[in-house]
Design a protein around this ligand. Structure first.
Ligand code: AMP
Length: 600
């Protein structure tokens, strides 16, 4: 029954169906009772995990109230947790962090010592994540009617898994979700029908997965009402894939035979039920793609697309111009804010402009605290007298905060590293703008490279210059999104002591590779397995360029005493200055080393 005919309504708008009405009611309940729900969540977490080694050491004596918790349990980062995590990975099954058995490790795109961080999780968390997913379409249906009349073209991927020495699986949270029964055997929901069959999503080979998902997207092109990927980088990559593979895709559509490049049997079987010879469709694809004009390609091929469902907040904002170009400025909806540690919340007004996106943290997902973030007045987190962190209900509009979480899986007062700003409230729940992830210098896809990692990579690469009596005097970097996939560009100013014996082009190419080999495993996986980052580039600039850079900064008001070379640049005049001084460009000749296996 359509709810328009029934008595059920929601303050957020008229729900599309009864199921949506229940979901919207849940959001109302959570956001109206934010503080009480938080108090209850903390109490549940603390009583569930009261016997764990981690909590026992803080002498809570089974207290489950906020004040005792805040006064006794320290605020921590990954390095503090690592010894516990390694024991779990190595087979210690005693209740270390959680009283429930650890079902698997979720591998974050945040890294520690070059490897993905491992986040222990428990089976019940999957249901909590599923609950948050179930709220997304009911909100979207408030703004875009008729989504039950067609399909969603979503490019979703799984990644390779690793096993800990004790046999626990370690994989990204989305791989875990797509492989779960909750996803694979989800009940039919007319508002959530995908063009991609499960088999195409569940193939770890990124080429075969993308190819078969794109093929299905083309077959169902007229039914597609929304296009998406998790992050904007994924959708941009899909369009690039179409640019490179449209001829083969068109051939498959023409003949009804799937390319022999697709060897995965379950994909072949499921596609054989969908793919029928269609010379008209093949002809259409050829006409649209053959001239290499990619402007508006999304709306040309999928003319009924109402919006792009991709996250374009945070580091992903850099993809907005290219998505606008591909889609003729279709709305871009950022529906959700989540991480491997915990899923946080959703966007209750998904059709707003990316710059206005705010996420409402759902207070049932975990216990959330906030460190006021004011770079000019940083908070000192001493173990002896920890500062009182703020609760969701205590935040103020306009202020920035760093997010700290406690979860049912056993993370206690863990600093995620995200900086958020409160923009407004929905009922009593604050709504946050995502400001940035702390310490991230460069990011193209899921990779997050910080200043220390970049510094180490430069140092390692410059070892190759020693025999040429050459050193790197200064460097800076930027994420170049003009190429697809994007790539890291590092500007180097060199001091070549003997110009008759300077480094050759070949050596400088090898320096690019040496830098890549030094970068973290998420970067290398994106280069090798996902092809979502292009070869790293070093641009050698003329001597004196970095001095000019300093002069420029000083002319704009920087203090000469405090001036530091920015290790990442994005301001156009600075980029122009650097690019106008380039004397040579070098690229990594091959992909760096990466395997799914990892150290524990
Ligand atoms: P991961 O640990 O790999 O799952 O990455 C989670 C991180 O991705 C979060 O802590 C954020 O820094 C970032 N992230 C997740 N969702 C969003 C979003 N909607 N907007 C901006 N950044 C996000």
């Amino acid at each position: 029954m359509a709810v328009a005919d029934s008595v059920i309504t929601s303050p957020m708008g008229p729900p599309a169906c009864e199921k949506d009405a229940k979901a919207l009611e849940f959001i109302e309940e959570m956001t109206k009772n934010c503080d009480a729900v938080q108090e209850n969540v903390l109490s549940e977490i603390l009583s569930q995990n009261a016997e764990t080694e981690y909590l026992q050491q803080w002498n809570l004596n089974y207290a489950t109230d906020r004040e005792t918790f805040k006064s006794k349990v320290p605020v921590i980062g990954y390095e503090d947790l690592q010894p516990y995590i390694l024991r779990i990975a190595n087979g210690d099954r005693s209740p270390i962090l959680s009283s429930h058995p650890i079902s698997e490790f979720l591998t974050s795109s945040g890294t520690s010592a070059g490897e993905r961080k491992l986040m222990p999780t428990i089976a019940a968390e999957m249901d909590r994540r599923q609950k948050l997913y179930s709220l997304l379409m009911p909100v979207m249906n408030l703004y875009v009617p008729g989504l039950d009349k067609g399909k969603g073209l979503y490019f979703y991927f799984i990644k390779a898994e690793a096993k800990t020495p004790s046999g626990l699986v370690a994989r990204p949270v989305l791989t875990s979700y797509y492989k779960s029964q909750q996803f694979k055997t989800r009940p039919y929901d007319p508002y959530n029908v995908y063009t991609s069959p499960n088999e195409t999503i569940l193939c770890v080979d990124s080429f075969q997965s993308m190819y078969s998902q794109m093929l299905c997207g083309l077959i169902y092109r007229e039914e597609v009402l929304r296009c998406g990927a998790v992050f904007a980088s994924g959708l941009v990559r899909a369009i690039k894939f179409l640019q490179l593979n449209w001829q083969q895709l068109a051939l498959d559509l023409e003949t009804g035979n799937l390319s022999s490049k697709i060897t995965d049997q379950s994909i072949r079987e499921c596609i054989s039920n969908i793919l029928k010879p269609s010379p008209e469709l093949a002809q259409f694809i050829r006409e649209e793609c053959c001239e290499g004009n990619w402007e508006g390609i999304i709306t040309r091929i999928w003319p009924n697309t109402k919006y792009l469902d991709v996250i374009v907040t945070g580091a992903m904002a850099q993809y907005i111009p290219i998505l606008d170009f591909y889609s003729g400025n279709l709305p871009k909806t950022c529906t959700m804010y989540a991480s491997s540690e915990c899923y946080f919340g959703l966007n209750l007004t998904p059709m707003v402009n990316p710059s206005e996106v705010v996420y409402t943290i759902m207070p049932n997902m975990g216990y959330f605290e906030f460190i006021p973030h004011d770079p000019s007045n940083p908070v000192t987190l001493s173990r002896d007298s920890p500062p009182r962190l703020l609760d969701l209900a205590e935040l103020e509009v306009g202020k920035e905060y760093e997010l700290v979480i406690s979860t049912y899986s056993g993370l206690c007062r863990y600093r995620v590293g995200d900086i958020l700003q409160v923009k407004s409230f929905y009922n009593s729940a604050p709504q946050f703008k995502f400001i940035r992830r702390k310490n991230v210098l460069l990011s193209i896809d899921a990779d997050k490279t910080d200043e220390t990692e970049l510094q180490t990579a430069v140092e390692n690469a410059s070892e190759l210059l020693k025999e040429f009596n050459t050193t790197v005097v200064e460097y800076t970097s930027y994420a170049d999104m003009k190429t697809i996939p994007g790539h890291y560009v590092i500007f180097w100013e060199l001091l070549i002591k003997d110009p008759t014996n300077g480094p050759t082009n070949d050596v400088l190419d090898q320096c690019c590779l040496a830098m890549e080999e030094s970068l973290n495993s998420v970067y290398r996986q994106s280069r090798v397995a996902d092809n979502s980052i292009g070869p790293l580039e070093i641009r050698i600039v003329k001597n004196g360029t970095f001095e000019e850079l300093m002069d420029y900064a000083i002319s704009r008001g920087a203090s000469i005493n405090q001036y530091k070379v920015p290790r990442c640049v994005s301001f156009t005049p600075i980029m122009e200055l650097l690019n106008s001084r380039v004397v040579s460009e070098h690229f990594s000749p091959t992909a760096p080393h990466w395997t799914a296996e990892r150290r524990f």
